[in-house]
Ligand binder design. Structure first.
Ligand SMILES: [Fe+2]
Length: 550
């Protein structure tokens, strides 16, 4: 035990139910972490120290201010902090819930040139929507604070932003050879997380709003698992194996563990071996190496029950099956787990999946067309061209995994028509990834029997806006002539009809933004807030739409 222990990251409030919570921390030396009388020893991975403190037996719908002590010494809040106390708010059965969601947050300081627009300066990424949300929370009443925050991918960028981490990388090793300034191992990943999560307002936000997370490509590599040829190419690179193992190990520690309930943690064989273990590197490395070799045996999808609603987090990146003709977002075993968990009586069913299920109709058809041509609809030469296009323009959403698209559509229809329990008032697919935000309402075939209102809600980025040119391309995807043209192209190569229609009700919106789903009994609504530039004191979020979903 060291008398000098201090926090490196956290406290981060992760899983919360009516009576339980988990709080994650990283510390600089091994120690015992204490929160509200519950103690947990740290475990050690690659010379970094972590603990996930479990709090059980809390009162439902309770408001619990907390501090963090390391080896008996208070280390949170910092003595000079002027932020409100950190709080664990347990869920109540009937209380309304505000669930913020979005994706894509590059780590950059809030100084010039980073606060400029991308069109004004190439390094400009404007203001972090989550940081502005935190500012508004510190000014507002705590009964208006959101209860949950879903981070839907690109929590860290291996290849973008994080100037402090890049500087450390340049000092540590040569960056002339691939992958240059991209991270290569666990240590460098820890620098990305530190830079991304140590900003004081973000740290406070994460200490007080229960955070769930899912990884997307940039957490591992741009275009991660976009296609089989991508994977084959990466497997030939000498540094890829090390990156993939480090990416998996760090995801498990920093992101995955806190997604799980105390009961799931107890059932997790790997966590049992890591918990409190000061030599946990080998255990975790062996797990990550095994995933690298056979690609399966791991399920990153998880589930959270919040009030009378269920949120299923469907991993759409790490568990992909990439064999041409058998492309699938997740393997069969994981899909069965998802189907099993989409059964029950819920007020609302939220399906979080980083890459959108429904794109603009124009791009949906284009991706469906591309998948067919990749699979040889126009012969081998065209297939190679289509593969190049797939990778050049990121065709890797549900539309380009046609088989999986149909399975998810059928599942939504089954839930919505009461074949898997009482139909929820709403079924909302939550996604990020695409650096713009929109809401689309889903229409089903006559006779489908769907009673639930169903939507695709997309919010991205928290901080990583598109430039003007990129925005024009996105807008074109929603235009009628473009979607008529691509629809005809998709039909011509035998792409299956989507089997549903969808209508854009709001958007597309650009800039940095954060969306909120409010569930209140059988009612639900969505709002979208964008950042407004301004001085530190007057910076705020501006609501661009609010819509009743059910
Ligand atoms: Fe992104």
């Amino acid at each position: 035990m060291s008398p000098m222990a201090d926090l490196v990251l956290g406290p981060m409030l992760r899983y919360v139910s009516e009576t339980e919570a988990t709080v994650w921390v990283e510390t600089d030396v091994p120690c015992e972490v204490e929160i509200l009388g519950r103690r947990e020893p740290t475990f050690c991975v690659e010379e970094h120290h972590y603990a996930l403190v479990r709090l059980e037996g809390l009162e439902p719908a309770s408001f619990n201010e907390y501090e963090v002590a390391l080896d008996g010494e208070r280390r949170w809040p910092a003595a000079d902090s002027d932020l409100p106390p950190s709080v664990i708010r347990t869920l109540g059965r009937d209380a309304p819930l505000d669930i913020c969601f979005g994706s894509c947050r590059v780590a950059l300081p809030h100084v010039e040139p980073y606060v400029h627009s991308k069109d004004r300066h190439e390094d400009g990424r404007e203001f972090d929507a989550l940081r502005v949300l935190a500012v508004e929370m510190t000014r507002g009443e705590h009964d208006e604070w959101p209860e949950l925050l879903f981070l839907l991918g690109d929590q860290v960028y291996v290849d973008e932003g994080s100037p402090r981490a890049r500087e450390r990388i340049r000092k540590r090793r040569g960056t002339e050879t691939p992958p240059g300034e991209e991270v290569v191992d666990y240590e460098e990943y820890s620098w990305l997380y530190e830079e991304s999560w140590s900003e004081p307002l973000i740290r406070w936000l994460f200490s007080t709003v229960s955070v769930s997370m899912q990884w997307d490509d940039h957490d591992m590599s741009d275009d991660w698992n976009i296609s089989r040829s991508w994977l084959e190419e990466m497997n030939r690179k000498s540094w890829w194996h090390g990156r993939a193992v480090a990416g998996t190990m760090s995801y498990w520690v920093y992101q995955h563990l806190g997604n799980l309930s105390p009961r799931e943690l107890d059932e997790d064989d790997l966590y049992r071996r890591v918990r409190g273990n000061v030599h946990a590197t080998a255990e975790l490395r062996e797990f990550a190496e095994r995933i690298r070799v056979d690609g399966n045996g791991s399920r990153w999808s998880f589930c959270r029950d919040v009030g009378g609603s269920r949120a299923i987090f469907l991993d759409s990146r790490a568990g992909r099956v990439l064999q041409e003709g058998e492309r699938s977002m997740v393997d069969e075993e994981e899909w069965e787990w998802i189907v099993e968990h989409a059964r029950g009586d819920f007020d609302h069913l939220l399906i979080a999946t980083t890459v959108p299920f429904l794109l603009s109709p124009g791009f949906h058809h284009l991706e469906a067309w591309n998948e067919r041509v990749c699979d040889g609809a126009w012969g081998p030469l065209a297939a190679r061209g289509a593969e190049k296009l797939r990778r050049a323009v990121d065709f890797d959403h549900w539309a380009s995994f046609g088989g999986s698209f149909q399975l998810l559509r059928e599942l939504i229809e089954q839930v919505g028509s009461g074949r898997r329990g009482k139909p929820p008032a709403s079924i909302v697919v939550l996604s990020g990834d695409v650096h713009h935000a929109y809401l689309a309402e889903i229409g089903f075939r006559p006779g489908s029997g769907v009673e639930s209102a169903a939507y695709q809600a997309v919010c991205s980025p928290y901080r990583n806006p598109l430039d003007d040119k990129e925005r024009r391309v996105i807008r074109a995807g929603f235009s009628r002539p473009f979607s008529a043209l691509t629809g005809a192209a998709a039909r011509a190569v035998g792409a299956e009809d989507p089997g549903i229609r969808w209508r854009l009700t709001d958007g597309p919106y650009f800039d940095n933004q954060v969306a909120t789903i409010r569930v209140d009994g059988r009612h639900a609504s969505m709002k979208l807030d964008k950042t407004i530039a301004g001085d530190e004191d007057e910076r705020r979020l501006d609501c661009v739409f609010e819509r009743r979903l059910a």
